[in-house]
Structure formats: structure tokens, C-alpha cells
Design a binder for this molecule. Structure first.
Ligand code: NDP
Length: 479
């Protein structure tokens, strides 16, 4: 199936008629083509967005809210179709897309549809000076949203929904590897009555289409989720134009387990936080540190549980682990397993590519647990973004804090303990934008989301996102 750009409410072929193959990771076959849009396509999308801005930015909050909530409802109505499309593009189990990706995309539109009606700004009375200040929160204009392949529609809509709610018009690009649900979203937006040009979706490679968006002098803000290297490149391009940037980048998150935790709950959740979505979630706890007295028990129990995970075709209901997103990504993850072996890591389970009967050319890999001799080895420092975790013991709180913080990233951290004082001490000192205690990936969309250090700049979620997508203007009136 060929997909097209969604510009000004219509579907268009790329101007230069350049196309890219779209692969199904579960069987390695090309199943369609997508536009490789260039500067001219992006310009066309920008012009549509610019024309729509005046009216959209003046549309009442109630009406904007109603349209966003309608999009949310239509996503829910089309849950099965979207979940199957997401799975086919990404390799994730259909069951996961149905339980997590698509419902969350629907929630994003519903949440920001509601949030904009509650978004307020401040006023300050300058006492003794007979003046009052009030702050306007005005939409920026045309903004760019660029998202990765791991949670395709989930992360795409996490940016688009607040941008639209705040009154901006959008030029958006999903990952070229997983474009299908973004394409289907265009149809839903039309059905929901989103005015033409308010959202424009251009497909193509990062280095062509994405680059044209970030270089566009009149796209004044970029919300980007993806790798740290790409984020750094975007920052360099955007800086001379003083663009507003929100960058959600890579992670290498610690999962710290103390002996006093609720063991069974920790064990079950740790399997999930290690391997959900084939380990391709920026929040996965890929470095597991276990307090020494329970290390051997944890090692035995964890490995036994991981061995039970079923790797299989994404459409099969018993599948826990589907296919990795692409052949190059599979090769990158395998390379890291080899690096771990070279650095004296011990593969406790997994480590091999798997052939799934009937889908021999799919990109399947066993969930892999590696015992590492040091937290400084490469597999403990570099983001792998696949079904690979490392484990190692620790002896003291100070020691584990130092190891947890000794990476360039700082996205999230998970802590398992029932000791309140330790929880308070450690959550203050962990270098991360998000700390989960006795849980993982529990999300409340009102909370700030984002990382520190090489994991990004800025926060998404709740009013933080609405603040990002608006400019504050203070008006001071003397009376
Ligand atoms: P990439 O950085 O490769 O790509 C992300 C997006 O940017 C894609 O749409 C990509 O297009 C595009 N892109 C690439 N080059 C450019 C460019 N020069 N200008 C503009 N856009 C460009 O990341 P991945 O898609 O590989 O995603 C995995 C990464 O995302 C991991 O590092 C992961 O940690 C991170 N991530 C972070 C999250 C967070 O919230 N902090 C959440 C989820 C993932 P194309 O696909 O065509 O190359």
C-alpha cells in the first residue's frame, strides 16, 4: 500500500515523485512505498499551515477542544485497524499496540482537548505603582513535530495534540520506518472536521524531509523525539535561527533493586520494564543493579522468567516479544551483544537471532540478559534500544547512586525499596527527569516528562507542553 503526504486536508504524491520502500519487520518484506519528500513538499506543507493559522489561532477553545476530542473518539472506534497497522509497520505485538499505543494516542488528543480549556495565565498587580500586568499565552505560529519509530502514533500525537490545542498549525514528520498510522491519522482528522491546513504530515527520510523542516526559517519551534545524535544536530541547525526547541532524546535508565522491596511485584515489573516493546522504549530500565544479598536469587528467578517470554509473530496472541523494527537495528543490537562478550560479559540467556516459522526473514531476537563485570563497560554506557539488559550487584546506596548517575544520559530511573528515607534521599539525587518508585511507566499525562543531560532539553506533558507551544507576552497597564 502506498501512502501519501497529508497537506491542506488532501493527500498528495511527493513533488519529485521520489519514493522509499516500507518494510514489514515481521517477515522482512516490502509492503508499500512512502514519499521521500523534499524541501518543496515541506514548503507546500508550510504554506498550507501558514494560511490556516489565522483562523485556527482564533478558533474558540471550546471548538478546538471538541475537534481534538472527536479525533480521540475516532481513534478509539478504529482501534483494531490502527493497532494492526502499527504492528505491521513496527513489528510490535498487535496486543501491545491495542492495549498501549493506540489507546494512548487517543488519550493524547482527549487530554490536550480538555487541558486547553483549563490552561490559564497569570496576572500581577504592581502594588503601589498603579499598574497591572497580565500575561498572554499566544500560539507560536507554524511548528514542526518530528517523532521516532518505537511508539509511532503514541509519540507523534503526544506532540501534535498540544501543538494544535494551543492554536498552532503543524508540519509533522513521523519516522520513515513507521509512517502508516500517521498516514491514517490524516483521514481521521478530516473526518473529525479539523480545518484544512491545520495539520500537515510529510513523509520521508530524516536527512531530507526532517532536515527541510528544521532548516525552515519560518517554522519557529521544533518538538523532536529521537536519538541524542540527531537531537544535537537539530540544536546546531536551529540555534542560529533562535528556534524554540523541545528535545526528548535517548536514555540508559537504571533499575535499582533493594532487598527490602516487594519481591514478586518487582520481578514481574522488571521483566516488563526490560523487554516491553522488544526493549525499544526510551524508558526501559536497561541497567539493572541488585543489592548483593538478593543478587543470586534475583539472577536465577529473573533469567527463568525471561526464558518463558515467547518470541513470535506479532499477530499471534501468545507472543510477548515481536520483531525488532528493522534489519539495520537488529544488526546494531547484535553488535552490542558481541561487544558485551568481548568485554567479559556473561550472556545468561538469549543473545541469538530467532527464526519464526513461516516468517523466516523477520527480525527476531531472543530477550537477552547479560551479567557485566563493571558498570563502565560499553553495554552499560551506550544506549542499545533493544531486548538486552545488563545485571550486576551493588553493596551500598552510595555505590549504586554513583553507578546510576555515571552515564551521559538522564531520562528515567526506577527504584525498588520500601524504605521511605532511602526513597527520599535517592530520588533527590538520581540524575533523571523521571523517577519511578516501586512501579514503572506509570503515566499521568499532567506530569512533566523529559530528561536531563544527554536525554534532552525541555519538558512535555500537561501544561508544560502548552507552555512550550505558546509564547508568553506580558502586557503592563498603568491606571
Ligand atoms: P532518530 O533520531 O534516528 O530519528 C527520530 C526522527 O528524527 C525520525 O523521524 C527521523 O527520520 C528524524 N530525523 C533523522 N535525522 C534528522 C535530521 N537531520 N533532521 C530532522 N529530522 C531527522 O531516532 P530513532 O527513530 O532511531 O528513534 C530511537 C531513538 O529515540 C532512541 O535514541 C530513543 O531513546 C529515542 N527516544 C526518546 C524518547 C524520549 O521521550 N526521550 C522516547 C522514544 C524514543 P528517519 O526515521 O527518516 O531517519
Amino acid at each position: 500500500m502506498n501512502i501519501q503526504n497529508y497537506i491542506n486536508g488532501n493527500f498528495h504524491k511527493p513533488i519529485q515523485n521520489n519514493w522509499i520502500d516500507n518494510y514489514n519487520p515481521s517477515n522482512g518484506e516490502v509492503y508499500g512505498q512512502i514519499p521521500n519528500s523534499n524541501k518543496d513538499d515541506v514548503e507546500k506543507a508550510y504554506n498550507a499551515a501558514k494560511s490556516a493559522f489565522k483562523q485556527w489561532s482564533q478558533t474558540t477553545l471550546e471548538k478546538r477542544s471538541r475537534i481534538l476530542i472527536k479525533i480521540s473518539e475516532l481513534l478509539e472506534t478504529n482501534l483494531q485497524r490502527f493497532a494492526e497497522a502499527e504492528s505491521k509497520d513496527n513489528g510490535k505485538p498487535v496486543s501491545l499496540a491495542k492495549a498501549v499505543d493506540i489507546p494512548r494516542a487517543a488519550s493524547n488528543f482527549r487530554f490536550f482537548g480538555n487541558a486547553i480549556t483549563q490552561f490559564a495565565s497569570e496576572s500581577h498587580e504592581s502594588v503601589g505603582q498603579q499598574a497591572i500586568n497580565y500575561t498572554l499565552r499566544q500560539p507560536i505560529g507554524v511548528v514542526g513535530c518530528i517523532s521516532p519509530w518505537n511508539l509511532p502514533l503514541y509519540l507523534f500525537t503526544w506532540k501534535i495534540a498540544p501543538a494544535l490545542a494551543a492554536g498552532n498549525c503543524v508540519v509533522a514528520k513521523p519516522s520513515e520506518v513507521t509512517p502508516m498510522t500517521a498516514y491514517l491519522l490524516g483521514k481521521i482528522c478530516n473526518e473529525a472536521g479539523l480545518p484544512k491546513g491545520v495539520l500537515n504530515i510529510v513523509h520521508g527520510l530524516g536527512i531530507t524531509t526532517g532536515q527541510a523542516i528544521i532548516e525552515h526559517p519560518d517554522i519557529k519551534a521544533i518538538s523532536f523525539t529521537g536519538g541524542t545524535t540527531t537531537g544535537s544536530h537539530i540544536a546546531k541547525v536551529a540555534a542560529p535561527m533562535f528556534k524554540k526547541l523541545s528535545l526528548e532524546l535517548g536514555g540508559k535508565n537504571p533499575n535499582i533493586i533493594f532487598g527490602d522491596c516487594d519481591y514478586q511485584d518487582m520481578l514481574n515489573t522488571t521483566v516488563r520494564s526490560s523487554f516491553a516493546n522488544q526493549g525499544q522504549i526510551c524508558l526501559c530500565g536497561s541497567r539493572i543493579f541488585i543489592e548483593a544479598p538478593i543478587y543470586e536469587k534475583f539472577k536465577t528467578d529473573f533469567v527463568a522468567k525471561v526464558k518463558q517470554l515467547k518470541v513470535g509473530h506479532p499477530s499471534q496472541t501468545e507472543t510477548n516479544i515481536g520483531a525488532l523494527v528493522s534489519k539495520p537495528h537488529l544488526e546494531k543490537v547484535k553488535e552490542h551483544i558481541q561487544i558485551a562478550k568481548n568485554e567479559n560479559g556473561t550472556v545468561l540467556c538469549g543473545g541469538n537471532e530467532i527464526t519464526v516459522e513461516g516468517f523466516e526473514n523477520g527480525y527476531y531476537l531472543e530477550p537477552t540478559v547479560i551479567e557485566v563485570p563493571s558498570d563502565e563497560c560499553r553495554v552499560n554506557q551506550e544506549e542499545i534500544f533493544g531486548p538486552v539488559v545488563t545485571i550486576m550487584p551493588f553493596h551500598t546506596e552510595e555505590e549504586v547512586l554513583e553507578m546510576a548517575n555515571k552515564v551521559k544520559y538522564g531520562l528515567s530511573a526506577t527504584l525498588w525499596t520500601n524504605n521511605l528515607k532511602r526513597t527520599m534521599r535517592m530520588s533527590h539525587q538520581l540524575q533523571a527527569g523521571i523517577v519511578w518508585v516501586n512501579t514503572w511507566m506509570m503515566r499521568d499525562l499532567r506530569t512533566p516528562f523529559g530528561g536531563v543531560k544527554a536525554s534532552g532539553v525541555g519538558r512535555e506533558g500537561g501544561f508544560e507542553a502548552l507552555r512550550f507551544f505558546t509564547e508568553a507576552k506580558n502586557v503592563c497597564i498603568k491606571y
